[in-house]
Design a protein around this ligand. Structure first.
Ligand code: ADP
Ligand code: MG
Length: 263
């Protein structure tokens, strides 16, 4: 939708949304190593309903690994990850069912080039979650309309701009009405002039109450949209707080140094 126009309520109705303060995601004392290299070290993080938590930190600080552990793309060595109160590190759980509650978007918009936008968005619901085609397409079109790309449903990815492709990737992550969205540097692969439309979409999604964990180098976005900013250093939470505090008045030397380098 054009800037300024309020978004329609999310498909399915906002009435199903949990009330603010309800825990959605809890990462407790997670440790993850690759060989000898400890990448996440006793890391804890809590995200409540409608909260946007922004992860910042130097390259290699563990942001992607943390998001990948939450999406069960990596096993943790120690600690617990709870999604909607359920320990998702329990190996007896069906990982696909867990991932259906999580919307993950990566840096490089990995749409399938040979599939039209609508098929990209409906693929996982239809094949993995066995949603009937008609229902999957109806939901997909509702989400595409919500992000202003309904007219691109029949297009192939290479007929879209990079920013539009990344918005489709976000739409794809939104269709199952996930409890939380995880976004890993989703603007890093975009030409600078295309970054704005993607960040604007995320800002709009926050206004609809979507719960998100966002790894980003876009400090202006973090300042504007984050409820909490978490600065990772060497796989640990080095400093956390409101954007005003962490970005405006960082207490610790490494945070100050990082912010000097990125600003
Ligand atoms: P960030 O996203 O903050 O840049 P990453 O989570 O990608 O950080 O990486 C954290 C550290 O873990 C880096 O040192 C990286 O080289 C290492 N790492 C990430 N994935 C693997 C892997 N599959 N095998 C070995 N090392 C890895
Ligand atoms: Mg990363």
């Amino acid at each position: 939708p054009p800037p300024g126009r309020p978004l329609p309520p999310p498909p399915g109705g906002a009435d199903q949304a949990p009330s603010p303060g309800t825990p959605v995601l809890a990462v407790r004392n997670v440790r993850k190593a690759f060989g000898e290299h400890v990448v996440l070290d006793d890391l804890s993080l809590e995200v409540t309903a409608h909260q946007v938590v922004v992860l910042i930190g130097a390259s290699g600080s563990g942001k992607s690994t943390l998001l990948r552990c939450i999406d069960l793309l990596e096993d943790v060595d120690d600690g617990v990850i709870e999604l909607e109160g359920q320990d998702i590190t329990d190996p007896r759980l069906d990982a696909d069912a867990v991932r259906a509650r999580i919307g993950m978007v990566f840096q490089a918009y990995n749409l399938f080039p040979h599939l039209r936008v609508l098929d990209n968005v409906t693929l996982a619901p239809r094949l993995v979650h066995k949603v009937p085609r008609a229902q999957a397409e109806e939901e997909a079109l509702a989400v595409l309309a919500r992000i202003g790309l309904a007219d691109k449903a029949r297009a192939f990815p290479d007929e879209l701009s990079g920013g539009q492709q990344q918005r489709v990737a976000i739409a794809r992550a939104l269709v199952g009405k996930p409890a939380v969205m995880l976004l890993d540097e989703v603007t890093s692969a975009l030409d600078p002039e295309l970054v704005g439309e993607v960040l604007e979409l995320l800002t709009e999604l926050k206004q609809t109450g979507l719960t998100m964990v966002v790894a980003t180098h876009e400090m202006a976005f973090a300042r504007e949209v984050a409820d909490e900013v978490v600065f990772l250093h060497a796989g640990r939470v080095h400093e956390r707080g409101t954007p005003e505090q962490v970005l405006g008045a960082p207490r610790r030397g490494r945070t100050q140094e990082f912010l000097r380098r990125v600003s």
